[in-house]
Design a protein around this ligand. Structure first.
Ligand code: ADP
Ligand code: MG
Length: 348
């Protein structure tokens, strides 16, 4: 059953519409990411769900009940912000118990709930500390515990990892997801980091200039992008201009070769997208080979990221390292193996 429903949500600040006809159905227990560049309206959507911002038009329902006209404290929502949102003058335990205290929960019920939350986040012994005595990662876990303590129906997370070090960020991704699964809490997670969204989400909403461009699983978003923006914002993408030779069969001339895509195409020119990891060195097992010259070699360890000049275009591609074979060198002539199935049609 749809647990959180958003219909035709819009927000204008003065004459500027920053959220445009935003629609979303979230299942109970689902983990959804809003992914998009800075300024595309992610926080504004989250703040409207929380009730901190009034929509210009549109409707939000939680568990079937309209909440659009309700105040934040009547919505039963937990929220975590980017950073430094703990009360500095309260202990960790007082921070975690804050929402319960505000709701008038008796002290004898607050203490065990706070303890339960602190063990959930893996910090059972830090209740007496103050925020400044914690690392950034620990502070964000406490912020999560504080949001979850009053048992909200929906958890909203606004870039909660972006102020942290890379290593902490990656381990907290897994921790947040594990806690979210354990509680089965419906969650909306805002991020501008595609890797975070791909690794954590059940589904991703890719946003662009106030619009939800595409909604789908990480697999769908990455492998079947429906707009040029989604294709280029999520992951690395080579774009190739192609001439359509046969629209019905989808036969194209591209990068000095001809290829049948097996999909109907518009007549004229199309733009194709090709992920670096779908291109192989040598044409074995591929539909066609593009002749090129290596211009860049980035030995990254597990993966070698290469760049080649092919019929006047620069194409990035990856190969896996093998310990018994040297990577190609700059200036070397190579064949790039491509498969028709990997060609994304991203524009006409
Ligand atoms: P994101 O979270 O994706 O970075 P925001 O939702 O914060 O984007 O902002 C979307 C756009 O709305 C931005 O252009 C921002 O400047 C503008 N904006 C956000 N809040 C306000 C406000 N209170 N008044 C005016 N403009 C705002
Ligand atoms: Mg934001």
């Amino acid at each position: 059953m749809t647990f959180l429903t958003i219909r035709h949500l819009e927000k204008s600040f003065g004459p500027t519409r920053v959220v445009k006809d935003f629609n979303l159905d979230v299942e109970k227990g689902e983990f959804i990411s809003l992914l998009g560049p800075s300024g595309c309206g992610k926080t504004t959507v989250l703040r409207m769900i929380a009730g901190f911002e009034t929509p210009s038009t549109g409707e939000i329902r939680i568990a079937g009940a309209p909440v659009t006209d309700k105040k934040p404290n009547q919505r039963n929502i937990g929220m975590v912000f980017q950073a430094y949102a703990l009360f500095p003058n309260l202990t960790v335990a007082q921070n975690v118990g804050f929402g319960l205290k505000v709701k008038g929960t008796p002290a004898r019920e607050i203490a065990p709930r706070v303890e339960e939350m602190l063990s959930l986040i893996g910090l059972p012994d830090l209740g007496a500390r103050y925020p400044f005595q914690l690392s950034g990662g620990q502070q964000q876990r406490v912020a999560l515990a504080r949001a979850l303590a009053p048992k909200p129906q929906v958890l909203l997370l606004d870039e909660p990892l972006s102020a942290l070090d890379a290593k902490v960020r990656v381990s907290l991704r897994n921790e947040i997801r594990a806690i979210q699964r354990e509680l089965g809490i419906t969650t909306i997670f805002v991020t501008h980091d595609q890797e975070e969204a791909l690794s954590m989400s059940d589904r991703i909403v890719v946003m662009h200039q106030g619009i939800a461009d595409q909604v789908g699983t990480p697999f769908e978003i990455y492998n079947r992008p429906t707009t040029r923006f989604v294709a280029s914002f999520v992951g690395t993408l080579n774009t190739l201009e192609a001439q359509v030779l046969d629209p019905t069969a989808g036969r194209v001339a591209v990068a000095g070769t001809e290829l049948t895509l097996g999909r109907a195409l518009p007549a004229g020119k199309v733009t194709l997208g090709l992920r670096p990891e779908t291109i192989s060195l040598g044409r074995e097992g591929c539909d066609s080979g593009l002749g090129g010259t290596i211009t860049e070699v980035d030995f990254l360890g597990a993966v070698i990221r290469l760049r080649a000049e092919v019929a006047g275009q620069s194409i990035a591609f990856d190969t896996f390292n093998t310990s018994d074979k040297q990577p190609p060198k700059v200036g070397e002539a190579v064949t790039l193996g491509v498969r028709a199935a990997d060609m994304l049609v991203i524009g006409a």
